[in-house]
Every structure is written in structure tokens, then in C-alpha cells.
Design a protein around this ligand. Structure first.
Ligand code: GDP
Length: 437
């Protein structure tokens, strides 16, 4: 999961508050120290950490909890709000006709991101084209073309033409009828003056609606310098932080964004075309703090346009039958790696961890689950608690499976139900909806 260690430490600090008997200066100081340590370890800039912790301390000790919120919830809510302030609200890239130029250093994940971003718009119904204006790196053309071909995205490039602004210009001409046009540019290993000049030249031709800086989450404190240089050259309108799935240090990139007064538009969380997420600060922080990412889950479900009539409201009220579980598994199976989807749910910190076995609901297992459920009565499907040993035997026989598999299904259901209850409960008695606002 994104910034696992940071999330773990922050959750630890919040748990301390949630379980404290009273909120006083000692508790606040202790929690603030934990938060500072967690942020510094994740490479968040010291200055930012200090001003954040001062604000948390100040507010936690002086502000009165609003009606309906106890002092513990209030302090947790302050931490949540201040973390959101720290990373900024995020750049909203609307779903409309536009040109987007990507800039960034070599290895930042720019090429991969161009294809991911195109996939993002294409899946939302916009006709999307990618223009390869990276004429510097040998192999960029082939890599990007292959990625686009795989996703059925129109690709424009000119092999052999080293004049990047010219390629960009021709590309825009050739892709006039597309809604979203993404121009990928070349990087260098380091910030070099010819790179900056090239960006200016391409920018002069493309005049994109959005100029997004692609940054590797792991670059740490150099992020600020990069953000500043690209910002001066082309005026970046947002940042895409890549590889947040694989680093404990994303704080450097996040700090650079805060310092340069830009904001994050997307985050890259894996290597495949769908591993790009629209960045929303509240969602990101909720997830980091283990408050769950229900919104993310729902958005992902809509993206693949699955027809799933899982009753989320009923689920949030704690009603989660075997039928719901089946629908849920079926939907998740269509959405791609189950593990990733499951990790969006707040099992991590406060809820429970599902074992690897529970993640691995393969097609065959789903098939077997279907047979098993077909052999259950409606009463059993609605209320699996009544399924005793003799019923298990009957169901196994009826479905042509084994009692162990029936038990496994029931166990998975119990685990998921428990997780969903955890999701409702959040931290102790905390009202999650209130916090996620
Ligand atoms: P470029 O030189 O900036 O164009 O970088 P590439 O797009 O070629 O990416 C460099 C490497 O980073 C490739 O191996 C990508 O698969 C990988 N990569 C890019 N984005 C992500 C991400 O969000 N997560 C992970 N884990 N890997 C990524």
C-alpha cells in the first residue's frame, strides 16, 4: 500500500489518542512527537513538519471540540485536517477536451505515466491520443507505442526525427479530432540546461492546458529543485507522483509540491495501465490513516463499468450476507487484482488483515463458491450463522464440493463481515463519515 510505513506510524499515533482516557498536554505532546517522527522518516521536509506540528499542538490544546465530538475525536480530526492542508487539495484535471504536456527527469516514470493517463481518460469516454515528443531517449518511441497499442490508444510519433518541437507540432496537427492529447517529452538523468531549453521550445509549440511534472516518489529532497526548475521553464499546473506503491519516502515529493505551491494531480501506484489514481487529499489521508477509501473503491468499480448491485448503504449498516459477498467478489474479480482493491479498505490499521488465501479468490474458486451458494437455502444465504456441521455436509454434497471448501467460504465471509464492521466502527467509537468530510 501507498506509504505503508508512514501510514502505520501515523495510525499508531492516532490509536494512542483514540485509546487515551483523557486529552491533556502530555498526550498531545506525545502524539505530536510520534507524528513528527513518522513524517521525518518519510522524508517530509523539516520546516513543513515543524509548522504542521505547531499548528496541531496549538489547535488541539486551544480549540473546543464542536458539538457531538468528544475531545479525542476532535484531536484526531485536527491531525487529519492539518495533514490535508500540508499536502494541498490536489489539482483537478477535468474530463474534457484538452492538451496535456508531461515533463520530468528520465526514469521518473513519464513514459509509463503517459500511457496510464491516456488509459484514464479513454476509460472515461474521452477519445485520447498520445504524442511521443521524446526524441532524446532511444527506445522511448517503441516503449510508448507498445504501451498505447496494448490499450488501444492512438499513438503519434516520428522515428528518426530528432526535432522534438516539430514532432509535437505535427502530432497535434495529426490528432486534431481527439478530445485529450497527451504530449510526452524527453527527460535527462539530471536537470540540465538543454533539457530546460527543450521544454521551453516544446511548450511554445504545444501551449498545453495542463503541464504536469512527473516525479518519482523516492527522489526525496531533490524534489524541490526539480519542481522549481520545471515550474520556471513551463509553469507546471500539477504534479504526478509515481511509484508511491514502492517507497517509504514519498514525503520528499509531497513536500516539494507544498513548497512550490503546486499540487498533486495523480499518483502512480503500480506498473500497469490502470495503476494511476486521481489524487484527492482527503481520500489520500483517510487511507493513510486507515479510515478507509470507500470513495476510491466505488470509483474504481464505476471505471470498469461493472454491473454490481451491492447495496453499499446496507453494507455500511453492517448487513453483509453471503449473497453480498458473492456479488462483491465477482465485482472485485472483474476489477483486477483483488489484493489491491482489498487494500483500499481500511483493514490495515484498525480492522483486520485478510490472509493471502482470502485474497486469492480465483475464477475457479468463484465458480465453486457459486455451486456452494446454489446449494444453500435462502435462509442460509441471508444468515450464514445457522449453517452448522450437518448443513455444511449437505451443502458440500449438493454442490459437488468438499466440506472444507464450504467452511472456507464461511470463514472468508466472516472475515469480510468483521472487516466491514471495523470499517463502520472506525477508530473506537469514531464516526467515520464525519471525519471523511
Ligand atoms: P521515463 O524514463 O520517465 O519515461 O520512465 P519509464 O516510464 O520508463 O519508467 C521507469 C520505470 O518505472 C519502469 O520500469 C516503470 O514500469 C516504472 N514505473 C513507472 N511508474 C510506476 C509506478 O507508479 N509504480 C511502480 N512500481 N513502477 C512504476
Amino acid at each position: 500500500m501507498v506509504l505503508d510505513n508512514l501510514g502505520g506510524s501515523l495510525r499508531g499515533a492516532l490509536k494512542k489518542i483514540a485509546s487515551a482516557t483523557r486529552v491533556d498536554k502530555a498526550l498531545v505532546d506525545d502524539a505530536v512527537r510520534d507524528i513528527q517522527r513518522a513524517l521525518l522518516q518519510a522524508d517530509v521536509n523539516v520546516k513543513l513538519v515543524m509548522s504542521l506540528s505547531n499548528r496541531i499542538r496549538e489547535r488541539a490544546l486551544n480549540e473546543k471540540p464542536p458539538a457531538g465530538m468528544n475531545p479525542r475525536e476532535h484531536v484526531i480530526n485536527i491531525v487529519y485536517q492539518e495533514l490535508i492542508n500540508l499536502i494541498g487539495r490536489g489539482t483537478d484535471i477535468p474530463l474534457k477536451k484538452q492538451t496535456i504536456m508531461l515533463v520530468g527527469l528520465q526514469g521518473s516514470g513519464k513514459t509509463t505515466t503517459a500511457a496510464k493517463l491516456a488509459t484514464y481518460f479513454q476509460r472515461r469516454g474521452l477519445r485520447t491520443a498520445v504524442i511521443c515528443a521524446d526524441t532524446f531517449r532511444a527506445g522511448a518511441y517503441d516503449q510508448l507505442k507498445a504501451l498505447c497499442d496494448r490499450q488501444g490508444i492512438f499513438f503519434y510519433g516520428e522515428k528518426g526525427n530528432e526535432n522534438a518541437p516539430e514532432v509535437a507540432k505535427n502530432g497535434l496537427e495529426a490528432t486534431k479530432k481527439y478530445d485529450v492529447r497527451i504530449v510526452d517529452t524527453a527527460g535527462r538523468h539530471a536537470l540540465e540546461s538543454d533539457l530546460i531549453q527543450e521544454m521551453k521550445d516544446i511548450h511554445a509549440v504545444v501551449n498545453a492546458d495542463h503541464k504536469l511534472l512527473v516525479m518519482d516518489a523516492a527522489i526525496g529532497q531533490q524534489a524541490s529543485e526539480q519542481a522549481r526548475a520545471f515550474n520556471e521553464a513551463v509553469g507546471i499546473t500539477g504534479v504526478i507522483i509515481t511509484k508511491l506503491d514502492g517507497t517509504a519516502k514519498g514525503g520528499g515529493a509531497l513536500s516539494a509540491v507544498a513548497e512550490t505551491k503546486t499540487s498533486v494531480a495523480f499518483i502512480g501506484v503500480g506498473e500497469t495501465a490502470s495503476d494511476l489514481e486521481k489524487f484527492e487529499a482527503d481520500r489520500f489521508i483517510s487511507r493513510l490513516l486507515g479510515m478507509g477509501d470507500i470513495k476510491g473503491l466505488i470509483e474504481k468499480a464505476q471505471e470498469v463499468q461493472i454491473e454490481s448491485d451491492v447495496d453499499v448503504d446496507a453494507m455500511m449498516k453492517g448487513k453483509f450476507t453471503l449473497k453480498d459477498m458473492y456479488k462483491q467478489l465477482e465485482a472485485m474479480n472483474k476489477m483486477g487484482p483483488l489484493k489491491q482493491i482489498m487494500q483500499m479498505l481500511p483493514f490495515g490499521g484498525i480492522g483486520i488483515e485478510l490472509s493471502d488465501k482470502e485474497y486469492q479468490v480465483t475464477k475457479e474458486r468463484l465458480e465453486a463458491y457459486r455451486f456452494i451458494m446454489d446449494s444453500m437455502t435462502d435462509e442460509e444465504l441471508e444468515d450464514p450463522k445457522i449453517i452448522n456441521a450437518s448443513r455444511i455436509k449437505r451443502i458440500a454434497r449438493g454442490s459437488g464440493t468438499r466440506p472444507e471448501l464450504v467452511k472456507e467460504l464461511l470463514k472468508s465471509h466472516a472475515a469480510m463481515q468483521k472487516a466491514i464492521k471495523g470499517m463502520r466502527g472506525g477508530m473506537g467509537r469514531m464516526n467515520m463519515k464525519k471525519l471523511m468530510k
